[in-house]
Design a protein around this ligand. Structure first.
Ligand code: OXD
Length: 309
């Protein structure tokens, strides 16, 4: 039996090695070489070409190579009734926590302003606000959101959570739904988006949301570019209401060379690398899921295509 690997972002040789160490008899095929399509049981995918999975008559599992699943669900010819699983992996979560903490501390300690002062030879001391008075709003409270909030709370930040549907956030103040959205915004000096991309969260970071943030708020987007309305962010920074933004994800990736984000002095950009999948860490979950679906059981971290995560 075989696995089909489709990704331009991940290393096929790393995956082949990691999977072979767990299940040596599983044949490893790399798109577009399907071998015998009827032998492919599992497709391991990131941004697969639309229609590719419909070529596999005995497909038992579509396994995302990342935590997000929007890149799978946008395929209009996605085979129906094949379970889809996303990755929930300790290494992915660890990297995301590290990245979010980096972006939040960058704003908290005003590193961008200090760097600008450095470049103009200006010895400028900027006192950070006391950490407990620095209010962080976290949109999304899945595995990564929970881990990021724990790390930020441990550092002393005042964290408030927002989720689309009601969800317990333990001892943290939390809001949900469209009624709760303005509430989280108005107490977010630093706003972090860690939401799944669904039709309901598309374009949520827009002019109306920015206007509801406190003056000089800072926006961090580590979810998907389509959560953000780019022109609205630029306008809110350029008119002085927002102090800046840190972006890891973009509506079009790679970001087109003429996009205003590239050279904006108040925007930090990284090329979608906040949490990169590590084959040696995530392979066990792929093989366990394959074993589960072979026996007719649902895979771990099964996605509900109706709600989009
Ligand atoms: C993911 C991502 O979904 O890296 O894992 O964006």
């Amino acid at each position: 039996m075989a696995l089909l690997f489709i990704s331009k972002n991940d290393s096929p040789s790393d995956w082949q090695e990691a999977l072979a160490s767990l299940e040596p008899e599983l044949e490893f095929k790399i798109w577009p070489d399907l071998g015998k399509p009827s032998e492919i049981e599992v497709a391991l995918v990131w941004n697969h070409p639309a229609g590719a999975l419909g070529l596999l008559p005995n497909l038992k599992l579509i396994q995302s190579l990342g935590a997000g699943i929007d890149h799978v669900l946008t395929d209009p010819r996605l085979p129906k009734n094949v379970p889809i699983a996303r990755l929930v992996d300790t290494e992915l979560t660890r990297q995301m926590v590290e990245y979010v903490v980096l972006a939040v501390l960058n704003r908290h300690r005003r590193i961008d302003e200090l760097r600008r002062a450095q470049l103009s030879g200006d010895w400028q001391v900027i006192q950070p606000v006391p950490i407990g008075r620095s209010r962080v709003g976290l949109l999304g409270f899945g595995h990564m959101g929970q881990a990021a909030s724990n790390a930020l709370v441990n550092l002393g930040f005042n964290v408030t959570v927002w989720t689309r549907t009601p969800r317990s956030a333990g001892s943290l103040t939390s809001y949900h739904g469209s009624e709760g959205f303005p509430e989280v915004l108005q107490t977010s000096d630093i706003l972090i988006c860690l939401l799944p991309l669904t039709p309901k969260t598309h374009g949520l970071l827009n002019a109306k949301a920015f206007a509801a943030l406190p003056a000089e708020a800072y926006v961090i987007n580590v979810a998907r570019g389509a959560h953000l309305v780019d022109e609205d962010l630029l306008a809110a920074i350029d008119n002085g209401h927002l102090s800046g933004a840190w972006l890891d994800v973009f509506d079009e990736e790679p970001l087109p060379p003429d996009h205003s984000f590239w050279a904006h002095p108040q925007i930090v950009m990284t090329p979608h690398l906040a949490a990169l999948t590590v084959a040696s860490s995530a392979a066990t979950q792929v093989i366990n899921n394959l074993r589960l679906v072979r026996t007719g059981k649902p895979p771990q971290n099964l996605v509900n295509p109706e709600i989009g995560y």
